[in-house]
Design a protein around this ligand. Structure first.
Ligand code: PD2
Ligand code: ZN
Length: 294
């Protein structure tokens, strides 16, 4: 099963840095982490001694979680997971490298321009810099999915009219879902870096519409659907696999066109195994037949 391949995560500051160390010296980081509580030093017990992420000091997130959908799909809103500074940083950092997003052609396996996804996007390598490393550590602490199981952060920008049609984040083929490539994508954290004035909702077309859904509150595309409104600093965590490791068809999701304003989001795709290639798809060594690709 999927979880068996995951040797353990690193949520805390100061664990053994398998590469260059960022931030505080190990001893200091350990002391500080202890003082702060939370996960503290070393992350999960199974992670002791594992290499991977640089040591960074980060503030464990302790905000509110709202259940978007408890089942079919499993989706949760994490309020204020990113600070203003982190949102601004990711936006500014992405600005120069944004390119028209593509999707993978199921015939050729190559990334092609598409009407399905009209946003622009870019990727950062895992642990790209100190700020991004800190965000990744924070995400691992919240999701309890090890940093090394995550792809590098993807930043997306949607201008007015731009959208991402409904798709699954899991791979449809078995090649990219195999252990050597990190296995299936188990969960996605969609972080919202701006608050569009209108539209840009993330929707689950197969999800149950909440009883209090008022169509007047939603853009045309989100009316009558289970959805969330993007709000700067918040993030939605949802699962693409069921607890038994099966693809969950209810995880079908999309981004509605922005009607007014601009939407920036940052995506963290998380796998069931360590995902050694970061970002997974940027190398073009593998050509997945998936509909969620750069
Ligand atoms: O930006 C979004 O709301 C969005 C929606 C659906 C992002 C993704 N999918 C993704 O990056 O997979
Ligand atoms: Zn997606």
């Amino acid at each position: 099963g999927g979880a068996g391949g995951r040797a353990g995560g690193r949520a805390g500051a100061g664990a053994d840095a398998g590469g260059g160390s960022v931030g505080l010296p190990k001893k200091v980081a350990r002391k500080k982490a202890k003082k702060k509580g939370g996960w503290g030093f070393g992350g999960r017990p199974s992670d002791q001694g594992s290499a991977g992420a640089p040591a960074v000091e980060f503030e464990p997130w302790s905000g509110a979680i709202e259940v978007v959908s408890a089942w079919n799909p499993r989706a949760y809103m994490l309020r204020n997971i990113l600070t203003e500074e982190e949102c601004d940083y990711l936006i500014a950092k992405s600005e120069k490298s944004l390119r028209a997003s593509g999707v993978v052609d199921n015939e050729t396996g190559l990334s092609t321009m598409s009407k399905v996804r009209t946003s622009e996007g870019t990727f950062f390598n895992r642990h790209h810099d100190e700020m991004i490393t800190r965000i990744e550590a924070k995400i691992a602490g919240v999701t309890m999915i090890p940093e090394r199981d995550g792809e590098g952060l993807q930043i997306l920008r949607y201008k007015i009219g731009q959208k991402y049609d409904a798709h699954h984040d899991y791979f449809h083929d078995n090649v990219n879902g195999d252990a050597a490539h990190g296995g299936q994508r188990v969960a996605t954290l969609l972080m919202y870096l701006t608050t569009p004035e209108e539209g840009g909702e993330t929707i689950f077309p197969n999800g149950e519409v909440p009883a209090d859904h008022n169509p007047a509150d939603w853009s045309e595309c989100a009316k009558g659907k289970l959805g969330v409104k993007p709000r700067r600093g918040d993030a939605m965590l949802f699962y693409s696999l069921t607890p038994s490791g099966e693809k969950d068809p209810f995880s079908l999701h999309g981004s509605c066109p922005v009607v007014k304003g601009i939407k920036y989001s940052a995506t963290r795709w998380m796998h069931v195994h360590p995902c050694m290639v970061a970002p997974l798809l940027l190398t073009r060594k593998i050509t997945p037949a998936t509909d969620a690709a750069p």
